[in-house]
Ligand binder design. Structure first.
Ligand code: TPP
Ligand code: MG
Length: 630
């Protein structure tokens, strides 16, 4: 007992010394924190993370993480970090991911051993898919192997969680406490990767967490940033790219998540090569919605203009894209392309297609150098009146007219609701226009809400919309609202979600109140998992097991949590706007329930324009893919 108290006092003293010195670096430099310390592994991990700027810990604790939790308690009391206890590990993962995405700030998800770790691992498919750096501190089985631990994977085999996590990303088990510096260094390079961050799983065996590290040298706890790659360096590749661009007649530029920060370069490039851009949903706003060379989204859902540009192009410039099936119609998206110029920081992604001129480098500087090579070659672009841009512009007008027709019919009769209700396109258009005007950041959940969402949004700059199309994880958007409570610079979030997605992660109703989230859940309720019903109907003529008869009063459900402002969104756009304004005037978390249409009327949705290698479309799509041979 006395030793425990003495250890806690020493720990409190260390935390106090860091605060007094003005931060951990200052404390190390000034000697306020001795260079050699006797501390537990748990404390070394926390100190190491503080050195890397990780100060937020989202947790569902268990017997697998109490030692770590005790360190967090002491350091939080000193004001060095903050823990946020939440009600689901997947929610914690989503919130940490959203925080990183929107603000760049880092967070760690802390779980127990077993099911908690598994739920966090499930959520981590989001940062793995979208390239975002997030820490996971997962309790793990004891290393002395005294017998099976409760909640470990029940097999007579070592390191099964390490194997599981390693399938998703980088993982390290602190089986030996002295490896802490190396483990944290691997985490740093993964989480702070300059081009494609990812989840890092630090597995903390229950018996090594409290192990004492004697004379741990703090210099071993890593800090700093891995450097970016910079521009592609192969001069010959630039020349070949310029040759191809000179010969091409119809250039399409596919803009992926890796091109997030190269809007100005992109605009200049499009002019010079007389190209048009097709955007991944991740980067709506990288060039203005109204930019004449913006053909918006393209792919399996796509748009009339985006898919036209893809179908007709004879040269593809791919920038920072992974070619996920939805974006390139399962490798059938560019049937006429003769050359691909691929700019990417990943050597595997840059070589994804055949007929490729590979520019292995960072998007913005590589584009700048390519532009200067084109300038030297005297390529000037053809201005605004080439045949290609005119044809694309005509398709863009067609798409705008198609959308306008839907917005002009905002209500349709719904069997499920027994009356006229709003359509998803009308609700999403009104809500995202409202979000832009009110400075709210929009998050989209999976399903029709998401697909209609990226077809509707009219972003004028990056950062307005976050749509998790990488893993399309139902429940991401509503959980992302927790990031509004975590961010250093507060922001207001609007989570557009479906009835199916919302019920995957309803914990936000409680955790949002608990931690002070500011935002609004806009629940588009069509009483089904409509995206899948629609796929089933398109493929097999009948929906199956994607809806049920249970009626849920979501306004009452949300009202049961003290602190939530729960509102009916109504059945007209005026009602909806009024509800959004009422939500915004509330300094906290709101939920607006909107009944929406699902059914066969084409005015109820925004259609699909591309191919996809799923269900009974596979045979045809695959045959076409092989015919194209890209
Ligand atoms: C966690 C998870 N499970 C299953 C899916 C497959 N899925 C994609 S969309 C969808 C239905 C979404 O329903 P809802 O949120 O109500 O949106 P709607 O399509 O009705 O607008 C399903 C089941 C998924 N993306 N994520
Ligand atoms: Mg639904």
């Amino acid at each position: 007992m006395i030793e425990r108290e003495a250890a806690a006092t020493r720990r409190t003293g260390r935390a106090g010394a860091i605060v007094e010195a003005g931060g951990i670096e200052q404390a190390i430099r000034s000697g306020a924190l001795p260079r050699f310390l006797d501390i537990t592994l748990s404390e070394a991990v926390v100190l190491g993370l503080l050195r890397q700027g990780v100060r937020r810990f989202l947790c569902v604790l268990g017997h697998g993480s109490t030692d770590l939790a005790e360190v967090l308690r002491v350091y939080e009391r000193a004001g060095l970090l903050k823990t946020y206890s939440v009600r689901h590990e997947t929610e914690a993962s989503h919130a940490a991911t959203a925080l990183r995405w929107v603000t760049g700030e880092k967070a760690a998800v802390v779980t127990s051993i077993g099911p908690g770790a598994l739920q966090a691992l499930a959520g981590s498919i989001v940062p793995a898919s979208d390239g975002l750096g997030v820490w996971y501190l997962l309790g793990d089985e004891t290393t002395e192997d005294e017998g099976p631990n409760m909640q470990q994977i029940p097999r007579h085999e070592q390191n099964l969680f390490l194997k599981l996590c390693s399938a998703m990303g980088e993982a390290y088990c602190l089986h030996t406490p002295e490896a802490v510096g190396s483990a944290l260094r691997r985490g740093l390079v993964t989480v702070d990767h300059p081009h494609r961050g990812g989840p890092f799983y630090l597995l903390l065996p229950m018996n090594t967490q409290p192990d004492l590290l004697e004379d741990l040298n703090l210099d071993e706890l890593p800090c700093g940033q891995p450097p970016p790659l910079g521009e592609a360096s192969d001069p010959d590749a630039y020349e070949r790219a310029a040759d191809a661009l000179l010969q091409a007649e119809r250039v399409v530029v596919r803009v992926g998540g890796g091109a997030r920060n190269c809007g100005p370069e992109l605009a200049g490039f499009l002019e010079r090569v007389d190209g048009v851009a097709v955007l991944s949903p991740l980067v709506t706003g990288v060039i203005d919605y109204d930019h004449p060379r913006n053909m918006l989204v393209g792919g399996s859902k796509g748009s009339i203009c985006g898919n036209y540009a893809m179908e007709q192009a004879d040269l593809l410039v791919a920038i920072g894209t992974r070619f996920v099936c939805q974006s390139d119609c399962s490798r059938t998206g560019y049937p006429d392309v003769k050359v691909v110029i691929n700019i990417n920081t990943d050597v595997r992604d840059v070589m994804h297609y055949g007929k490729t001129v590979a520019l292995l480098g960072d998007a913005a500087p590589t584009l700048r150098r390519l532009l200067s090579v084109l300038e030297e070659r005297g390529v000037s672009g053809s201005g605004r009146s080439s045949e290609w841009i005119n044809a694309c512009a005509a398709k863009r007008r067609e798409w705008e007219a198609f959308k306008a027709e839907r917005y002009a019919t905002p209500c349709l009769y719904s069997e499920a609701w027994g009356g006229e209700v709003l359509t998803q396109p009308a609700v999403i258009k009104t809500a995202t226009d409202w979000a832009r005007a009110n400075g709210a950041v929009s998050f989209f959940d999976a399903g029709d809400v998401q697909a209609n969402g990226f077809q509707v949004v009219e972003d004028d700059r990056p950062g307005r919309t976050y749509t998790e199309t990488g893993a399309s994880y139902m429940g991401f958007a509503v959980s992302a609202l927790l990031a509004t409570a975590l961010a250093s610079e507060p922001f207001y979030g609007l989570a557009l979600t479906g009835d199916g997605s919302f019920m995957m992660s309803p914990q936000i109703l409680i955790d949002g109140i608990c931690h002070g989230a500011k935002g609004c859940i806009l629940l588009l309720d069509n009483r089904r998992m409509a995206a899948i019903s629609a796929l089933q109907e398109a493929q097999y003529g009948e929906a199956h097991a994607t809806s049920d008869h249970v009626e849920v009063d979501y306004v009452r459900l949300a009202s049961a949590v003290k602190g939530i402002r729960a509102l009916e969104g109504g059945r007209s756009l005026e009602d909806l706007r009024a509800a959004l304004d009422r939500a915004r005037s509330y300094d906290g978390l709101s939920l607006i329930h909107v009944p929406v249409y699902y059914g066969p009327d084409p005015l109820g949705g925004l259609g699909a324009f591309g191919r996809w290698n799923v269900g009974n479309w596979c045979e045809e799509t695959q045959a076409l893919r092989h015919k194209i041979g890209l």
